[in-house]
Ligand binder design. Structure first.
Ligand code: FAD
Length: 464
């Protein structure tokens, strides 16, 4: 007999709830990962996330091998593979951590039903959040749809138990011997022939390095620095949280232990993540529609050429373009810029937020359905606790405020490097541009006039 442990968005061997449970059950444990073809089929062959996942798995595989086991990797449909493996490896129980996305819920329900018909079980544990599903509800027993009361309830409910590590015992002697384990496919075999480089160090070791850097040096100043994209003020841990190479419990422990104003502010951001996760759980329809029904049928003009200019970082608004080029080049975008770039797409270009959401989903290394959808619906004013529709970011004022010396813009728009600190935010307003620099040739003139588009957006949303 053996037990199966199935890795999904929890690519770590430490503080892992379902792995802990699998090892505690007493049978030798076989760790499994499936490259899910239902997911892979829609990804471009350059997708950076595959590189991150693959290298994170390699680290896990080596650690499992060092402990006398191995990682069993297959490519295909989990609904077919997991029940077959349970029979093949004589496992009565398959352990996995809960995943709250609509696709994952459907997949897991299907697998649980097949396993149950075989007299076996899919046992799922809460791992990627502190509070899941119905654990936090309003006094009236309803899901929270406003962040501040959710956050207060979250903080009030938190005890040391909730953030306590789910310690994984030493692996040696507890793993299934590696007989018959299929070799891990490489990226080219998986069809990912041109994976773009991932600047983020993957795996548990990558997460540990970032966390140490953030918690030793920067967390105390997080509240002052987090809004400035040119400053190394944030943690950059989002991709690790997305793939579970770091544990949320460990992050909450750090934030609570630190006790500084910066740490309290950072903890709130972790709570935003959980707010959006519970929202997606209770209202899975937000993945398709605006949360607010009155904004479901807005007649966005959706100009394709404007969408493409935005995607390529050629809108003529330097902060927006620098943000989009950061996304295209690195797979990351700073939170302040996500808010401003999303607002610009919806309120200045009058393009449906779902098209922007889809583009971010394709490009972001840390893409997470709940947070991405939540962030987009917040910026588009269609979400439950969103920015009111009449509050519209001015892309030039945001640039002057959050990148005053244009350091971030210069990093991603080298063609503007010679402009002075005033002109760089709005080159078309500059009295004088550097010799030889021609606006419209070296950098685009703005594709829209913010003041005009603002009125159009107010009219579009105000009609509802
Ligand atoms: P830090 O500032 O160090 O914050 C720590 C962690 O808290 C983050 O790693 C993240 O897990 C969480 N967090 C921080 N801010 C938010 C937030 N506003 N909402 C939810 N969680 C948050 N985050 C994603 O993880 N995946 C996405 O696909 C995503 N898409 C977004 C789209 C838009 C339009 C907007 C406005 C925000 C989006 N965010 C998303 C939230 C946020 O921008 C990123 O989590 C953050 O920029 C990641 O950088 P960091 O790890 O350095 O964050």
């Amino acid at each position: 007999k053996s037990s199966l442990y199935w890795f999904r968005r929890d690519l770590r061997l430490e503080d892992n709830h379902a792995l802990q449970q699998a090892l505690a059950a007493g049978h030798p444990v076989q760790c499994v990962f499936i490259f899910d073809t239902n997911v892979l089929v829609s990804l471009p062959s350059s997708d950076r996330r595959l590189g991150f996942i693959w290298h994170s798995l390699l680290e896990i595989r080596d650690l499992l091998r060092a402990a006398g086991g191995d990682l069993w990797c297959e490519t295909g449909e989990p609904q077919a593979i997991i029940p077959r493996l349970a029979i093949q490896l004589d496992a009565d129980t398959v352990y996995a951590n809960e995943d709250y996305e609509p696709y994952a819920r459907q997949r897991d329900q299907g697998i649980a039903a097949i396993l149950s018909a075989q007299g076996k079980e899919l046992r799922q544990c809460k791992d990627q959040v502190i509070f899941a599903k119905d654990e936090l509800l309003t006094g009236g027993g309803k899901p929270f749809t406003v962040f501040t009361p959710y956050c207060n309830a979250w903080l009030k409910r938190l005890t040391p138990y909730h953030s306590q590590s789910r310690e994984v015992p030493p692996l040696a002697g507890r793993l299934r011997a590696p007989a018959g384990v299929p070799a891990m496919p490489n990226l080219i075999e998986l069809g990912f022939t041109q994976v773009e480089p991932c600047l983020l160090r993957p795996g548990m070791s990558g997460a540990a390095e970032l966390l140490a850097d953030f918690c030793q040096q920067r967390i105390q100043r997080y509240h002052e620095q987090r809004d400035y994209p040119a400053v190394k003020g944030v943690s950059y841990l989002s991709t690790h949280l997305r793939f579970g190479t770091v544990s949320i419990r460990q992050l909450v422990q750090f934030a609570c232990f630190d006790g500084s104003e910066g740490a309290a502010c950072w903890l709130k951001e972790l709570i935003w993540r959980e707010f959006y996760q519970q929202l997606l759980w209770h209202f899975p329809e937000v993945a398709e529609h605006s949360f607010k029904p009155q904004y479901r049928d807005l007649a966005y003009p959706n100009r394709q050429d404007w969408l493409e200019s935005w995607q390529k970082g050629l809108s003529g608004y330097p902060l927006i373009d620098a943000a989009m080029r950061q996304l295209n080049q690195t797979g990351y975008m700073h939170n302040r810029l996500r808010m401003v770039a999303a607002s610009f797409l919806v309120k200045d270009l009058l393009i449906d937020w779902r098209l922007g959401e889809r583009y971010f989903a394709e490009k972001l290394l840390d893409f997470d359905l709940a947070s991405n959808n939540g962030g987009w619906q917040w910026a588009a004013s269609t979400g439950c606790d969103a920015q009111p529709y009449f509050r519209i970011f001015n892309p030039v004022a945001q640039s002057q405020k959050f990148d005053p010396a244009g350091r971030f813009i210069r990093r991603y728009l080298p063609e503007l490097a010679q402009l002075d600190d005033q002109a760089i935010h709005a080159p078309w307003l500059a009295k004088q541009l550097p010799d030889g620099f021609v606006l419209g040739r070296d950098y685009p003139t703005p594709i829209v006039d913010h003041a005009v588009q603002r009125q159009q957006a107010l009219a579009l949303f105000g009609r509802q």
